[in-house]
Ligand binder design. Structure first.
Ligand code: FE
Ligand code: FE
Ligand code: ZN
Length: 304
């Protein structure tokens, strides 16, 4: 089976999609995920089609499929709350247009945080928002991400995601992105992943699964903290993650790493070096590298 693996890469205004593809190739990936601007804000620039065309050419040369690439909506977009609801809807409508211009078919979205609203109202808001955003004009699917349950996050159980999906009118435009760190944080036992998949299949249907985020976790199951860890260095462990990555039922679904950047040294707080090249290598070799952090530091110190 051909493994579809990649990571979060950056889409900057000078290189745009071409930069994403180049970064992915550096890491040894064959798919990727990006934010159309900064993850934490909603300022977005103009898309240059020349760069997109160059990116397509490079992707073609490396047998990368555009339909497997995903965009992640900024995490401040919150359809659950009443406060910035109109803004969130407008932003997502524009994000869909941007993705359409880039040829991207999948957008990962955090369902939202209820903040001070009762859960059922929050869920109704999310459904209403999605129905305002999704229509038949664009061939684009929104993938609701399974959440850690930090604070008042909605979507921490398979049932809750299902509730949202049930309210969406255009069913072929809605799907799910499963995040390994988040489901563990939400209380699911990752060591019995087959059971989780069975549950998912029964409640939502595996055909709805459009992306898997592969992250280890700094915290124990059920912690609701949402703190990602490098592959094999957290509570989920290398073997459990490898089983998920190579699971036969997840074939053809992009696996995206969102693990933390590595610091310059043990005393530094600044996260400078991307771990993805080395994590992807470990995954391809199916062999845990306990010297991962040092290898990453050595590599990027020489490079910079
Ligand atoms: Fe996310
Ligand atoms: Fe994620
Ligand atoms: Zn997370």
């Amino acid at each position: 089976m051909e493994l579809l693996i990649g990571s979060h890469v950056s889409f900057n205004k000078d290189k745009q999609l071409l930069g994403c593809v180049k970064e992915t190739l550096e890491y040894g990936g064959n798919t990727f995920m990006f934010y159309t601007g900064a993850p934490q804000n909603t300022r977005r620039g103009i898309i240059h089609d020349e760069l997109t065309m160059e990116a397509y050419q490079l992707m073609k040369e490396h047998y990368m499929l555009l339909e497997k690439v995903v965009v992640h909506a900024p995490y401040i977009v919150n359809l659950a709350s009443n406060k910035n609801f109109d803004f969130a809807v407008t932003f997502l409508q524009q994000e869909i247009e941007r993705c359409n211009q880039l040829g991207i078919k999948k957008i990962v979205l955090h369902p939202g945080s209820a903040v001070d609203l009762p859960r059922n109202i929050a869920i109704n808001n999310i459904i209403r928002g999605l129905n305002l955003v999704l229509d038949n004009n664009y061939d684009i699917m929104i993938l609701l991400e399974t959440m850690a349950g930090k604070g008042t996050e909605v979507g921490k159980t398979i049932e809750e995601i299902k509730e949202i999906i049930d309210g969406v009118k255009f069913k072929d435009k809605i799907g799910v992105c499963l995040d390994t760190c988040h489901i563990s944080d939400a209380g699911y036992d990752i060591s019995v992943f087959d059971k989780i998949l069975e549950e998912f299949d029964e409640i939502i249907g595996l055909d709805k699964l459009g992306c898997v985020h592969i992250n280890d976790s700094k915290n124990e199951k059920g912690a609701h903290k949402d703190r990602h860890e490098n592959i094999g260095f957290g509570t989920l462990g290398f073997d459990n993650l490898l089983k998920i990555i190579y699971h036969e039922k997840l074939e053809g679904i992009p696996k995206i790493l969102e693990t933390p950047y590595v610091t310059k040294d043990d005393n530094s707080k600044e996260r400078l070096y991307p771990p993805y090249k080395f994590e992807i290598d470990m995954i391809k070799k199916k062999e845990f590298n306990e010297n991962l952090v040092q290898n990453i530091r050595n590599y990027y110190e020489k490079k910079l």
